[in-house]
Write a protein that binds this ligand. Structure first.
Ligand code: ASP
Ligand code: CP
Length: 431
């Protein structure tokens, strides 16, 4: 079965590490034609790619040492290998990934897009049960993992907070994990202690996904963040290699930035500007790891001048729940808020503004401001939407149905929305 043209083209650009302009030139087409080939099928501007162009893309890939028949089964393995931990399949840390595995995951996420946009349905996980175990607050991770599993035909069981689980009665992680493994086929865990999700994984042979372990990691968030950066960059004609990424806020306890910076460090020649008050700086061992990989790391204690030239500004919330005492917040004030005035004064016109969310909207919180909400540079809701295809791709791989997804797709019977938020260009048809 032929790959959808959008999947093939995005994959080819990733494999060849080419911007859209460079790729359009390489295949002898106009950038505008390529843009139209990349749009979702349901978009008015979508155009089918001529067969001759498809063949030419395959030839280019073949001559660059890539497989000639660029089908889903042509070069798998790296992703499944990276998810292999102690004889089982788990997603615990971004340290499990290399670029090949990331490319494979993102190709599969692209395959999932018609399901995420609610044009297609699939039942490949019919009969499978996901256990969502969240011992810390969550909206996105819990619901989007659940929705991703359901959209592939599975069902979800939940427990939230310690109070409503028998951990409140002193049950260990090990016992809990073993018990749940008898009920469910995959487990997503969020827990306040660093390393706790790996402990869950050690007690079971069922795939375990780290949905956030204290200040440790949040690997699925970093994967969807990187997927978002690549898609935004594709539209903007940029590559991850050589990019300038600014991370702002609580870099000490923010697990999303810990995972994201390690993942970005797999690319080449990046510049990172880490903007945080000294008491919330990025842990030294992570900075050392990124620097060892040949990237430039600069630090700043205020955003104003530090954001100049950044291709991505990744803002974060102060992780107040990790602090023992409120005093540590002293001095972390208005200076760290990211708002329209700061962005207009300090950032590039084509900057991509990101945040893992939630943003703290309470008075005096100094988080990402809502006055940027209608600004097309704000990618936060494209970011949350991308959680669905990326998490579907993670499940499909962990449960071994990745090859079946394309063939399993049928048209959705209901009328899907053409866009979700009032400002979304036709459900991301913009790219
Ligand atoms: N939701 C993200 C996390 O759980 C970021 C945050 O809460 O600030 O890590
Ligand atoms: N980004 C994120 O993890 O959001 P939640 O805490 O709402 O799951």
């Amino acid at each position: 079965m032929n790959m959808p043209q959008q999947v093939l083209l995005r994959d080819a650009m990733r494999q060849l590490n080419m911007t859209r302009d460079a790729f359009a030139e390489r295949i002898g087409s106009r950038r505008r034609a390529l843009d139209a080939w990349l749009l979702p099928d349901e978009s008015n501007e979508f155009r089918a790619m001529p067969e001759v162009a498809r063949r030419f893309v395959s030839e280019i890939l073949a001559s660059s040492g890539r497989p000639i028949e660029y089908t889903q089964s042509a070069h798998d393995g790296a992703l499944r290998r990276s998810l292999h931990v102690d004889g089982a399949q788990h997603l615990l840390s971004v340290a499990q990934f290399d670029r090949e595995a990331i490319d494979e995951l993102f190709r599969l996420a692209d395959v999932m897009q018609p399901i995420a946009r609610r044009r297609k349905v699939s039942r490949v996980l019919e009969g499978a049960v996901l256990a969502n175990l969240f011992f810390e607050a969550s909206t996105r991770t819990r619901v989007s993992f659940g929705a991703a599993f359901c959209r592939l035909g599975g069902s979800v069981c939940d427990t939230t907070g310690f109070t409503f689980s028998s951990m409140a009665k002193g049950e260990s992680i090990r016992d809990t994990s073993r018990v749940i493994s008898g009920y469910a086929d995959a487990i997503v865990v969020r827990h306040p202690e660093q390393g706790s999700v790996a402990e869950f994984a050690r007690a079971t042979n069922v795939p375990v996904i780290n949905g956030g372990d204290g200040p440790g990691e949040h690997p699925s968030q970093a994967l969807l963040d990187l997927y978002t950066i690549q898609r935004e960059f594709s539209r903007l004609g940029k590559l991850v290699d050589g990019a300038h990424v600014a991370m702002v806020g609580d870099l000490k306890y923010g697990r999303t930035v810990h995972s994201l910076i390690k993942l970005l460090a797999l690319y080449r020649g990046l510049k990172f500007t880490l903007v945080a008050p000294p008491q919330l700086a990025m842990p030294a061992e992570i900075v050392a790891l990124v620097s060892r990989n040949g990237h430039v790391v600069e630090t700043a204690t205020a955003p104003a001048r530090a954001l100049a030239g950044a291709d991505v500004v990744y803002a974060t919330r102060i992780q107040k729940e990790r602090f023992a005492h409120d005093e540590v917040l002293e001095g972390f004030g208005q200076a760290f808020a990211i708002d329209r005035a700061l962005v207009d004064a300090s950032c590039r016109k084509d900057v991509v503004l990101m945040h893992p969310l939630p943003r703290d909207g309470r008075p005096g919180s100094h988080d990402l401001s809502t006055d940027l909400d209608n600004d097309p540079r704000l990618a936060i809701f494209r970011q949350t939407d991308n959680g669905i295809p990326v998490r579907m791709a993670i499940f499909a791989t962990l449960l071994g149905v990745d090859k079946l997804v394309s063939r399993s797709m049928r048209d959705a019977a209901w009328t899907p929305p053409s866009h979700i938020g009032p400002d979304d260009s036709s459900f991301h048809g913009l790219d």
